[in-house]
Design a protein. Structure first.
Lengths: 329, 270
C-alpha cells in the first residue's frame, strides 16, 4: 500500500515586511516597504503509513503548523510535493477536506451559542454522513467520551475538558482517514488529559485512523506515539522511533544521592556532579562507562549515605537537549 | 461525488441558515429591545416629520402621509437590511479561525450568505409584531397590488446589493485586518445616500441627480419610491433594471475580490 501521507522536499517561504523600529521607522514602513523572505519549512521529506500515530514535535516557530496547513490544503507550498490519501491537498482543498479531521486545543470548531448536539448535526450535513453511520458514530463517541451528560448544553457553558471531548467527537463523526491534532490536551487537568489520550489510542487501534499529533506535552507523545518526527528551524532533525531516540540520547542517567551529612567533598570517579543542594547531590553519568550499581558502590564506599534514587532520562529532557544542542546521530 | 445531487449539495447551507436562525433566537431580550427601539424610532420620526411639515407644506413634493409611510417602511426594512452575516468574514480573518473553516469541504462565500440569510429570516419574524405595534402610533399608506409586488421584487434585489456591499467591505479585512474606518465610511455614506433616513429627492439639483444614480440608492430608495408611489409606474422597470445592474456588478466584483483574498490566504497564510 502506498503511504497515506507523503511529502518530498516540502518548502514554504513567507514574504514578510521589514519593519524599522521607532516612530520614524513606522512612518518609513508606511510609505516604502522592504520585504524579506522567511523560510518556515525547509525541505521536509516524510512518509506516513495508514494507521500510524506520529508525534510531530518542535519548538515554537519551528514550522509545525505551517506543515499542517500545507497538509490540510489551506496553504500552497513554495516548492516540493505533497500527496495526502492520493490527493494534492492545495489543488483539491474540498475533496481533501472530506478525508481529514482536525482538532485544535486552542480554538473550537463547535457552535458557541448552540447545544453540542446541534454542531454535530451541522457536521453531519457538511460531510454528508449517512444517517445510520452518523447515529452509530455518535453512539460510539458518546460512550467513549461520556458526552451524554452535556450533549444538550450550549457549548459556551461547557468546561474546557467537556468542550475538548465535544471537539474530538466533532472531528471524527465523518470517519476521517487522517486526523490532525494540534495541542489537543493543552490546559486540561490530568484526568481529562488521560480521557483524551485513551480516546485517541482507542480510535487509532479500532478504526485504523492515522493521527498526526502536534504537542508541547511530551507525555502525550510518550503515551501514544511509537514514531516521532522532530522539526527545528523548518528542517527535519529526527524521524524514527521514540525508543531509538531514547536509547541514542538516553546514554546519560542521573543518580541522586542523599548524604548523611553535608560533606565538603563529594567527587566520585566516573560521574560528574550536576548540581548540589545541601546534602543532596545529583551525579550525571554515562551508562556505557559505568553502571549504576558500580557508581552507587563507589559513592557508598567513600561517603556515608542515606538514600539514592536513579533517574532515567525522559523524552522531555532528551528533546530539550536536542533543541539546545542540535541533533547529532 | 457519484451522481449530481443538488439536495445533498445544498443541505449544509440550509443547515447553516437554520443554525444561524436558532442562534439569533437564543437572545430573546435583544429581540424585545430591537422591536421596542424600532417602534420608538417610528414614533420619533413621525413627530419630526409632522413638525417639519408644519413649516413647509410639502418639501420635495412628497405629502406628509407619504413621508410618514416612507420613514416607517424604511425602518421596517432596516430590520432585515441591517443584519450583516458577512461580519463573520472580518471576525474570522482577525481571529484566524478562517483557517479552520477552510479545512471543511464547504464553499465559504455561500456559507457566509447562508449565515446571513438565517439571521435575516429570524429578524424578518420581528417585522410583523413591530408593524402591528407601529400601527398603534402611525397610519401608513398601502399601495395597490402591482406596486406592492414590484416593491417586494425591488426589495429582494436591494437585499442582494446590500449583501454584496457588506461582503466587499468585510473582505477588506483580508488585506488590512481592521475594517473599522472603511466600515464607518461606507456605513455613513449608505445611511445617507441609500435613502434610509431621507428620500433622495431631498438632495438638490445635480447632487440629487448623482445620488439617485449611485448604487446605494438600489438598497432603500428604489423599493421605497415604488412603495409610496413617488416613482411613476412607467419607470419601475428601468429602476429595477438599474438595481440588477448594480447587483451584477457587485457580484462580479465580489467574485474577484474573493478569489484574490483566498489566493492571499493560501500563499501568505492569512
Amino acid at each position: 500500500m502506498p503511504p497515506i501521507i507523503s511529502t518530498r522536499d516540502l518548502r514554504k517561504v513567507f514574504r514578510v515586511i521589514d519593519r524599522t523600529p521607532g516612530l520614524a521607522g513606522t512612518l518609513k514602513t508606511l510609505f516604502s516597504r522592504k520585504y524579506s523572505d522567511r523560510v518556515a519549512v525547509e525541505g521536509v521529506t516524510m512518509s506516513l503509513e495508514a494507521g500510524e500515530l506520529v508525534g510531530y514535535i518542535g519548538p515554537n516557530g519551528a514550522g509545525k503548523s505551517t506543515t499542517i496547513k500545507m497538509l490540510t490544503g489551506i496553504l500552497v507550498p513554495s516548492s516540493g510535493e505533497i500527496v495526502v490519501a492520493g490527493l494534492v491537498p492545495y489543488r483539491e482543498r474540498k475533496r481533501n477536506a472530506r478525508n481529514i479531521g482536525v482538532v485544535f486545543g486552542q480554538r473550537s470548531q463547535l457552535y458557541w451559542d448552540l447545544p453540542l448536539i446541534e454542531s454535530f448535526e451541522l457536521l453531519r450535513a457538511i460531510y454528508h454522513v449517512p444517517h445510520d453511520r452518523y447515529r452509530q458514530n455518535l453512539a460510539a463517541f458518546s460512550k467513549l467520551l461520556e458526552l451524554d451528560e452535556f450533549i444538550k448544553t450550549p457549548v459556551r457553558q461547557l468546561s474546557l475538558g467537556q468542550r475538548m471531548r465535544g471537539d474530538f467527537a466533532a472531528a471524527m463523526l465523518h470517519d476521517p482517514k487522517i486526523v490532525y491534532l494540534d495541542e489537543p490536551t493543552i490546559g486540561l487537568d490530568i484526568v481529562a488529559k488521560e480521557a483524551i489520550r485513551t480516546f485517541i489510542a482507542e480510535v487509532n487501534r479500532e478504526r485504523g485512523t492515522t493521527f498526526i499529533l502536534t504537542t508541547h506535552d511530551l507525555a502525550d507523545v510518550e503515551r501514544l506515539c511509537r514514531r516521532i518526527v522532530l522539526i527545528d528551524h523548518g528542517k527535519l532533525v529526527y524521524d524514527g522511533e521514540v525508543e531509538t531516540l531514547k536509547e541514542q540520547y538516553g546514554t546519560h542517567r542521573t543518580l541522586v544521592v542523599e548524604f548523611s551529612d553535608d560533606a565538603a567533598e563529594v567527587a566520585v570517579a566516573g560521574a560528574e556532579v550536576e548540581s548540589r543542594e545541601g546534602a543532596s547531590v545529583r551525579y550525571r553519568f554515562d551508562r556505557r562507562t559505568i553502571s549504576a550499581d558500580q557508581l552507587i558502590r563507589r559513592v557508598a564506599d567513600t561517603y556515608a549515605i542515606n538514600d539514592v534514587t536513579l533517574e532515567e532520562p525522559d523524552l522531555e529532557s532528551i528533546i530539550r537537549r536536542i533543541y539546545v544542542e542540535g541533533y547529532a546521530a | 461525488m457519484i451522481a449530481f445531487a443538488p439536495g445533498r449539495a445544498i443541505e449544509p447551507y440550509v443547515e447553516f441558515a437554520r443554525k444561524a436562525f436558532s442562534r439569533e433566537a437564543t437572545y430573546r431580550f435583544e429581540v424585545l429591545t430591537s422591536i421596542g427601539s424600532l417602534v420608538l424610532r417610528v414614533y420619533l420620526l413621525r413627530s419630526v416629520w409632522i413638525a417639519l411639515y408644519a413649516q413647509n407644506a410639502a418639501p420635495a413634493g412628497i405629502p406628509l402621509h407619504s413621508m410618514i409611510t416612507y420613514s416607517t417602511v424604511a425602518l421596517l426594512m432596516s430590520l432585515i437590511l441591517e443584519v450583516d452575516g458577512t461580519r463573520l468574514i472580518r471576525d474570522k480573518v482577525r481571529e484566524g479561525t478562517i483557517a479552520t473553516d477552510l479545512m471543511k469541504p464547504i464553499d465559504l462565500p455561500l456559507y457566509f450568505f447562508s449565515e446571513g440569510f438565517g439571521m435575516t429570516m429570524f429578524h424578518a419574524l420581528t417585522i410583523l409584531p413591530s408593524l402591528l405595534l407601529a400601527l398603534l402610533l402611525v397610519r401608513i399608506d398601502v399601495p395597490g397590488f402591482g406596486a406592492l409586488a414590484c416593491f417586494a421584487l425591488s426589495f429582494v434585489f436591494g437585499y442582494f446589493v446590500n449583501f454584496f456591499l457588506n461582503f466587499l467591505m468585510n473582505s477588506v479585512a483580508f488585506w488590512t485586518l481592521e475594517t473599522f474606518a472603511i466600515q464607518l465610511m461606507v456605513r455613513w455614506a449608505s445611511d445617507l445616500l441609500s435613502g434610509q433616513i431621507l428620500p433622495l429627492t431631498f438632495f438638490p439639483g445635480a447632487l440629487g441627480w448623482i445620488v439617485e444614480r449611485l448604487p446605494f440608492a438600489a438598497i432603500y430608495s428604489t423599493p421605497l419610491r415604488i412603495y409610496i408611489g413617488e416613482l411613476p409606474q412607467s419607470e419601475w422597470a428601468g429602476a429595477i433594471a438599474a438595481q440588477m445592474l448594480w447587483l451584477a456588478l457587485f457580484a462580479a466584483l465580489s467574485y474577484f475580490v474573493w478569489r484574490a483574498a483566498s489566493r492571499r490566504v493560501v500563499v501568505q497564510g492569512g
